[in-house]
Design a protein around this ligand. Structure first.
Ligand code: IMP
Ligand code: MG
Length: 342
């Protein structure tokens, strides 16, 4: 039997998927950690026993010696892939309980994954319209769908890493998988505010697109923060001067590009739409500590800003609103207030 849990971002990315994936790997046994979408445009911040790490393409399974697969819904630039392994391995070597881990032997790439070329990156670097991370994802996706791309199975340097992941899991009697999402629902090319989107599928649809049977999904962990952030060209941050305070207190700078993320209130209606489409079972709302520190307790409902007296009344409103809005798949709502754990 195949059993799958998924971590997916419900808004515009950067909502703590790294932290959640890390916590799940620590507390449950998974046979594989599978990266579901994106490329080196993604950035996950992970704290492991006090040390900070940033991953892009590599799944977080590497922190727990769990075989870590880059799924075929992802894209891969060969040199960036090897660089990320090297950078993380040298960090691992300096860390007491990570130094025994050999990242190279844990990482696999699914055979039909398409590559990003240097030319794709050069082309993407000229983007001035949508605020790309300039990692080549747009041009590489265009070529993937134009059927002119190259798959990793035909790249000699990558051959030692290549496996047929869907086939492997079908052949096993029992296998458990943690699917690690990238980006976020409103950056998915089908759901975001086009063209301010990425070019891949980073909603829950990424699960079957990587060859994982839908019926194997057991828990769907949805990640958000108590406020919203977005990085890219469209205008997202409102006029309220408190957004700048939140950005500083919350260290809202991109882990891939270092760009300052735009901030706005959490929009309940956008959240509810995303929760329903992504069938979330466990909602994890991070950075409560930032609101507490600034004594700010606001959100948007029906297009209006609601101000709350304190943390409790804000939390109660959220729980009540989700219950009364027909988010029937939700079993747990967790308010998280630490970058280290959920
Ligand atoms: P691209 O995927 O690099 O072309 O970027 C498209 C849009 O998605 C831009 O607004 C990026 O800032 C945003 N984006 C891409 N990857 C991430 C991510 O992992 N987190 C947050 N935003 C992202
Ligand atoms: Mg990120």
């Amino acid at each position: 039997m195949i059993r799958t849990d998924v971590v997916t971002d419900l808004l515009w990315g950067d909502n703590g998927k790294g932290k959640i994936t890390h916590a799940l790997l620590k507390n449950h046994k998974y046979d594989y950690c599978l990266k579901l979408a994106g490329s080196a445009n993604a950035g996950h911040t992970i704290y492991h026993n006090g040390d900070k790490f940033v991953t892009h393409l590599l799944p977080a399974g590497i922190f727990f010696n769990v075989p870590s697969v880059i799924g075929r819904n992802c894209l891969i630039h060969t040199e960036t892939f090897f660089n990320e392994i090297e950078v993380l391995q040298s960090q691992f070597n300096k860390h007491d309980d990570l130094k025994k881990i050999d990242i190279k032997s844990l990482v696999k790439i699914d055979t039909n994954t398409c590559i990003i070329t240097d030319d794709h990156i050069a082309e993407d670097s000229k983007d001035t319209t949508i605020g790309s991370t300039k990692r080549g994802v747009g041009p590489a996706s265009r070529d993937k769908y134009a059927r002119t791309s190259v798959q990793v199975q035909n790249v000699s340097e990558l051959k030692p890493f290549v496996i047929d992941f869907p086939q492997i899991i079908q052949n096993k009697k029992d296998v458990s998988i943690l699917g690690e999402g990238a980006q976020g629902f409103y950056l998915d090319v089908n759901f975001g505010e086009y063209p301010y989107v990425t070019s891949t599928h980073c909603s829950l649809a990424a699960v079957p697109l990587n060859g994982i049977p839908i019926s194997s999904i057991s828990r769907i962990y949805g990640a958000i923060k108590i406020y919203s952030t977005y990085v890219g060209k469209k205008e997202f941050q409102g006029q309220d001067p408190r957004f700048d305070l939140i950005a500083e207190a919350g260290s809202e700078y991109g882990s891939t590009t270092g760009r300052r993320r735009q901030v706005n209130w959490l929009d309940m209606d956008k959240l509810i739409y995303s929760l329903k489409i992504n069938d979330v079972t466990d909602l994890i709302i991070s950075k409560i500590d930032i609101f507490r520190k600034l004594n700010i307790f606001s959100l948007i409902k029906d297009g209006e800003v609601f101000e709350f007296k304190n943390e409790n009344s804000l939390k109660e409103f959220i729980v009540h609103d989700l219950k009364s809005s027909g988010c029937n798949s939700i079993k747990n709502i967790i308010f998280s207030e630490s970058p280290y754990e959920i």
